[in-house]
Design a protein around this ligand. Sequence first.
Ligand SMILES: [Zn+2]
Ligand SMILES: [Zn+2]
Length: 642
Amino acid sequence: MPEPSPISDAIANKSLAMPGNDASTVARLLTEFAQRTALRGGNPYRSRAYSRAAESLLALTVPLDEIVLQDRLREIPGVGEAIADIICKLHRTGTHPTLEAMRKDVPESVLSILGIAGLRPDKVLKLYRELGVTSVDELEQAARQDRLKPIKGLGAALQRKILQGIEIGRQAQGRRHLHRAAALLRSAERSLRQSHPGLKRITPAGDFRRGCELVGELSLVAEVSDLNRPVERLKASPQLTVYLANRRHYGLALLIATGSPAHVAQLQERATAKGLTLDEAGLRRGRTTLAGATEEAIYGELGLPFIEPELREGRGEIELALAGRLPRLVKDEDIRGLLHAHTDLSDGVNTLEEMADAVRQRGYDYFGIADHSRSAHYAGGLSLEEVAQQHRAIDQLNRSGGNHFRVFKGVESDILPDGSLDYSDDVLSRFDFVIASVHSRFRLDRETQTERILRAVRNPHTTILGHPTGRQLLRRPGYEVEIERILAACGEYGVAVEINGNPWRLDLDWRWHQRALQLGCMLSINPDAHSIDEIQLMHWGVEMARKGGVPKDRVLNCLNRSKIEEHFRRRASRQLRRPAARRMALSCSLSTNLPVRRKNAPPKAPIGTRAGGCLESRRNGRNAASAQLLKEGSKRSRRTAS
Ligand SMILES: [Zn+2]
Ligand SMILES: [Zn+2]
């Protein structure tokens, strides 16, 4: 057994510096601090800031002792002076006077109830005080026995929401949204670079590199110059695994750390069939190592082309690779313009001019504004007057903006309960494009909801169907709809299907993308940006499209400016209503001959084996399109709910 390298000791947080409570203990205490702060009421941002800081502590790759000793707490993302002070006390003494005071309010077990999606702290307190509920189990029992219904301030709707939230929490399994995973991985990488300046490359791997919509364990692959074994796997913190490898084995480490387990197992089977061995010691024939420096070389020795990480789910990608039919995935650079964004005229933060300017500066060729429509009162939907005002402003921008960039007049029109769109035909025809979205009446029965959306898809003004299932990851399931029928209608009527890039949505679910392509749909990758910062959410949308195996020629906003103008014109003159759309169903399919499915369950790939680490594999037979939800509050709800 080779000796572990000194660097692995250091990364595994085995430090001899000033002993205090370790990072995970302090993170636990800080989380309790956050929860109790939330229960006390007041500014919700404060409690959330504590939670964020606690999460960052869990991704540290340097012992907390050393960070405190060197007075570098404030280099941790989300840690300012006040939080640094709290962390110091928790680290040194294991408690804090404020925490001790708050502990007198409610028993510790009540805190677990706070994790239920959609349940506000004041309701938790009410449940405790009025029903004596002190745990999730007791709460579930109370809800199932209808004991919340008669109580003022609780009621039947909350009771239903609680049962749903408990279910979501059970499915969460410690996974987090993509943008949170990205932030934690960046901070872990920074911390690793500081503590070990000798490291060369560092690459994020795991669920994150595969573009899973929710990320479980975080992993990084780091290159060291010397190591006693090909790959060394270290638990750097409770939530972070670091894979160390030297240059000759870096590709091997990356392949293993990226997974999915199903994909790697299939590669191993293929190696075995060729008389080779693939494991953490390398890809070998007998004692001779054949490849390891790059993933390309390993795939090459196995007779395969490079398979993009997003496709590595064991869903048939190896068979496609062997047949030379892997899709050429859309890339960030392929996106030519942005079609779903809000301004301060509805519920956005920035003005039309600021948004347009920011989009242009990021190198896009066009920008389609799509503020909320009249019926969306909660989101500042635009009155007829405001529509006219915005259109004049857009004309002005286009007149003064030169020929290189264009702002399109769009709207995110509510799909009304009967399936009609907001505004009259006359008003709708003044827009260049219309995104039709459901923002209300989520609980219609399946048939009614499906018919409602189908009617909106058939509306000749509709250009794009926005966030088609309405799910919010870790917060609420999508509405009950027959996605297959809706996608088929979108294909038939030439309505593009949105891949919403907001990491809380990522809707349409990637598992449906191939089916959408087969049914002739174009997809539209949209950031649903409510501020300049959120323009970058586009990236998560692209990542989902890649995971779904979508090539750029099937993405609406990969069209250049003149092509998309033509698309809008043809749509407006109803020329896009076409069975011809079916012709676009190309040969890029990851899964064909799909079996008939139940409810919203996304298609499974018949030629693959079981799915890998992304969510679906961990559930059996659940309604997966609506299953990716969970706990953890987060309040951009006014925005993301809209
Ligand atoms: Zn929107
Ligand atoms: Zn919306």
